[in-house]
Design a protein around this ligand. Sequence first.
Ligand code: CAA
Length: 283
Amino acid sequence: MDIKKIMVIGAGQMGGGIAQVCAQAGFDVKLNDIKEESYAKGLAVITKNLSRNVEKGRMTEDEKAKTLGRITKSFDLDDAADVDLVIEAAVENMDIKRTIFGQLDKIAPAHTILASNTSSLPITEIAAATNRPEKVIGMHFMNPVPVMKLVEIIRGLATADEVYQAVEDMTNKLAKVPVEVNDFPGFVANRILMPMINEAIYTLYEGVAKEEAIDEVMRLGMNHPMGPLQLADFIGLDTCLYIMETLHEGFGDSKYRPCPLLRKYVKAGWLGKKSGRGFYVYN
Ligand code: CAA
């Protein structure tokens, strides 16, 4: 299974980052979105990141131009007709993902691997929307994608060994570190990270300490690069809530109940950095 051509679905924060690292590693990438505006925004971020690499001497102008030249725009899933791998990074909604995977299954050649960058939705359920569940897999990149080394590779119930191997090899070519994980709610990253963030929110909710104090304890005491509340703002509070709900529902265990304060902030539209306000205020 030789992967050369890739399609990335979704030109947002995650999809744009994935397209960038794939193009930097020499893959031809079709970056697909439903909106011209989202594509333009995604490409602008990629261009800015590559320019910073040039400024920092990590890349030449020529390499930057070649990397950008490997990214082509797409607004039609039919463009998956000649790719070897699709990495879906659309919204975290099971119905939308199942619809996309069902369509891709009809369009993409038989050998094409269909991967999802979902942060917690079951790969097995996404795979069941296709007639090729053995070729469906999770590729969970971390934010910010160009910086973070890890890719959780999630085996669905039916994922074939050779598909896992091809995706692991391809991840190594991106200069990322693949880690093999089975398909259970939250996989490994979010099963551990989100309850910590949720507990930090409970700590605030119960008045144990203020935002800055909670974050400082974890930054200085545990050497975390960001405190949990700052990280929650960075990830998006709606995403944090969604993942906690997935854990709560998936395990049926009250230890995963989302903090009422998290629900309140999301209802208020305080979604973190992207909305200008979360646990902190952003300008
Ligand atoms: N895109 C590209 N590059 C970025 C970036 C971005 N969004 N943000 C920061 N960088 C780069 C900077 O350009 C800088 O690079 P150079 O100076 O070498 O050019 C480098 O990263 C360091 O950035 P800063 O000096 O501005 O700040 P920092 O040292 O605090 O690092 C950070 C920023 C890497 C984001 C760091 O704070 C960090 O590691 N935070 C935690 C990130 C984390 O936990 N991510 C996982 C989130 S969970 C997830 O993604 C899974 C999920 O499903 C929810």
